[in-house]
Design a protein around this ligand. Structure first.
Ligand SMILES: Nc1ncnc2c1ncn2[C@@H]1O[C@H](COP(=O)(O)OP(=O)(O)OP(=O)(O)O)[C@@H](O)[C@H]1O
Ligand SMILES: [Mg+2]
Length: 308
């Protein structure tokens, strides 16, 4: 079931003539219970899209529905159903983490078990600390706890791991996965391919205000024209025709003692390749398998990389 429905959504900034169209007529649905990612480079329109759905930003044309409520008409209801990760700068000074969460709960007229929320984001030892005393990763986790005070159905995360070190990013991925497992729908934006690949059930790829692809992560990686390649070095030359005859192989390139095979069945190709080299008494060195990534998908779809 769709918990979010976006229909021909458009956002224009600036004067009607010559203004900038940040989001241009996009449509998509988010299913209840999934982790939905919006992936795209800087300026693609990701934040603008989220903020329109959250009811925080006016819609130029089109509609968005959250759990059946029109976000531009039933804004209050929508706000009660969603959790939005706040920018860290907006936290009051002088209150500790427990007090902050209780205060946010009061804003929603809710009594919250602040300690339980802190436990959920692994910050219970920091309960009596001030926000400014937290590390970058801890701040991000706290902002997620803050977004959960009203027990929302949908959690919105705008680039949740930007600026974090690899370990802190992985911790946050685990946290997001845990929250999702407990039944919350998660909508996040990112320009990290690995993040999208690991976390998201489905991904909308955005570029220049448009959605240029939307599918499950697995299907996006099966886009025609993307192939797996196998690279290796040899101590003695291998026969090109024999390599071409290997199961799954779609092309063979060789230069000096380096070979590059593309394949549509990497397992079968690898197994045949090992057999062939063993029989020919050839040693394979530095064997590498390159499987398509979302980076390749993006390049294929747009003709340019994610970062310019
Ligand atoms: N308040 C605003 N007024 C005018 N233009 C804006 C405003 N907010 C965003 N824009 C423009 O709209 C376009 C989309 O911006 P948006 O913030 O939605 O992109 P984004 O995909 O979130 O980018 P990033 O990855 O950098 O966060 C950009 O060209 C941006 O400059
Ligand atoms: Mg943004």
């Amino acid at each position: 079931m769709a918990i979010i429905e976006v229909k021909n959504l458009k956002k224009k900034y600036g004067p009607p003539a010559g203004g900038l169209t940040a989001v241009d007529n996009i449509s998509f649905e988010v299913n209840e219970g999934e982790v939905f990612g919006i992936l795209g480079p800087n300026g693609a329109g990701k934040t603008t899209t989220l903020e329109m759905i959250e009811g925080l930003k006016g819609i130029t044309s089109g509609q968005a529905f959250l759990d059946g409520h029109d976000v531009s008409k039933d804004t209050r209801t929508v706000k009660s159903l969603i959790g939005v990760q706040l920018q860290s700068s907006s936290f009051f000074e002088g209150l500790n983490l427990l007090e902050l969460l209780e205060t946010f709960g009061a804003l929603y007229n809710r009594k919250v078990d602040a300690m339980e929320l802190l436990r959920e984001v692994q910050l219970e030892e920091k309960a009596k600390s001030q926000h400014k005393e937290l590390s970058g990763g801890q701040k991000q986790r706290f902002s997620i706890a803050a977004a959960l005070v009203n027990d929302p159905k949908v959690l919105f995360l705008d680039e949740p791991t930007t600026g974090l070190d690899p370990q802190a990013r992985r911790n946050l991925w685990e946290l997001i996965t845990e929250i999702n497992k407990k039944g919350k729908t998660v909508v996040l934006t990112t320009h990290y391919m690995d993040e999208a690949e690991i976390l998201c059930d489905r991904i909308a790829v955005m570029d220049h205000a448009h959605i240029i692809a939307l599918d499950t992560t697995q299907n996006l990686l099966k886009l025609p024209g993307l192939s797996t390649s196998i690279h290796f070095l040899v101590d003695k030359p291998l026969d090109i025709e024999q390599l071409k005859a290997i199961t799954g192989v779609t092309s063979v390139q060789s230069e000096d003692h380096t070979y590059r095979l593309t394949t549509d069945n990497s397992e079968a190709t690898l197994s045949d390749l090992f057999k062939l080299s063993r029989e020919a008494g050839v040693k394979l060195v530095d064997l590498q398998l390159h499987q398509p990534t979302l980076e390749d998908v993006f390049l294929k779809l747009t003709g340019h990389g994610l970062r310019d």
